[in-house]
Ligand binder design. Structure first.
Ligand code: PMV
Length: 333
């Protein structure tokens, strides 16, 4: 399937901008039950469902300005990105999906308050914010679920970055992916805390796209993954509903480790762990044995995100040098 068919269904033909500038913010998100593996790599359709929590106020703010120039200009965190890099090409390909050939070129300026490409899902918030800004620029007036489908075409997990709070990404079964989008959960959990332990902000050695493809092709453990997700998704939703933190922590941690196990079992083997990642994980396990209810999750990068409740904030901060502690449901930002 190709992206043009999806665009046609959602916005009709490519068009000219209705405004000369637009600006939007989208939060970053971390998956508690991971998306790992594509059933359609062009449309970023997942093999399974997944569930995340948004990291508001961490995320991306994207501004679009139309410009009188032959080429688009991309600026990320104050730095001009060359249009012929992988990042530049992907972004321009995405912009081209929506615009008529005679449409003016654009300046895209994105500011992230979270490290780019280090497993902090900045591509999710980046494409989330860009899609929201495009919705204003072209005056599509699309509902969030349609925007979620468009954001998914840029980066899979971006379809969960359209909302704050817990968001489930439905796997869907439609070949065009019209039923594969995010949906927010109603439950809020003000006491839930996420501690970001930054081990490295370096660009990750393998993109999630490459790593997913290699896992699907070569990892025998991948066969067990859909079953793992089915169990974890169910358990995590139940834990959220019942505010059962121990169950939430356990299934989130187990799900992350199962994902990394499929990666490790691929050939050539892939690991996002650095020595300090393992050190932190062992520290979490040791401290949990002593009675502190702290769990973790890890995305496609070496950094660890601690999961704990507000009552343990002080102890967690004393024991781990978290670069940030986020309370996704707090209203104090
Ligand atoms: O959306 P992508 O291509 O950046 O992949 C995201 C993959 C994970 O972050 C590891 C898992 C997830 O569900 O976000």
């Amino acid at each position: 399937m190709n992206k043009t068919a999806v665009i046609e269904k959602i916005i009709g033909s490519p068009m000219l901008p209705k405004k000369d500038k637009a600006k939007a913010f989208a939060p970053s998100n971390i998956a508690l039950c991971k998306y790992w593996g594509k059933r359609d790599p062009v449309l970023n359709l997942p093999m399974t469902g997944s569930l995340s929590v948004s990291l508001n106020p961490k995320g991306s703010e994207t501004q679009i300005n139309i410009q009188d120039a032959k080429e688009d200009t991309i600026i990320v965190d104050g730095e001009k990105i060359k249009n012929d890099t992988t990042f530049g090409k992907n972004l321009i390909h995405y912009l081209d999906l929506f615009r008529a050939p005679t449409s003016p070129r654009l300046t895209i300026t994105t500011c992230n308050n979270i490290p780019v490409a280090a497993g902090f899902a900045s591509s999710a918030s980046g494409f989330g914010a860009l899609t929201k800004a495009l919705n204003q620029l072209y005056d599509w007036q699309l509902p969030q679920k349609q925007l979620s489908i468009l954001a998914r075409l840029g980066s899979g997990s971006a379809c969960r970055s359209l909302w704050n709070g817990f968001v489930e990404w439905h796997q869907g079964s439609d070949p065009l992916g019209m039923d594969s989008h995010g949906e927010p959960l109603k439950t809020t959990w003000p006491q839930l805390c996420i501690g970001i332990v930054t081990i490295s902000s370096q660009k990750k050695p393998y993109s999630s796209r490459e790593a997913m493809a290699q896992t699907l092709e070569t990892s025998t453990l991948y066969q067990a993954w859909p079953k793992q997700v089915e169990q974890d998704l169910k358990a995590i939703k139940k834990a959220i509903h019942e505010k059962n933190f121990l169950e939430l922590g356990r299934h989130s941690e187990q799900n992350a480790n199962a994902m990394h196990a499929t990666l490790m079992a691929s050939w050539p083997s892939i690991s996002y762990h650095l020595p300090q990642t393992i050190e932190i994980i062992q520290k979490i396990w040791a401290i949990r044995k002593k009675g502190l209810d702290v769990y973790y999750t890890q995305d496609a990068g070496p950094n660890i995100k601690l999961l704990f409740l507000e009552k343990d904030k002080k102890t967690v901060a004393e024991n781990f040098s978290c670069s940030d502690i986020i309370q996704p449901f707090s209203t104090n930002y």
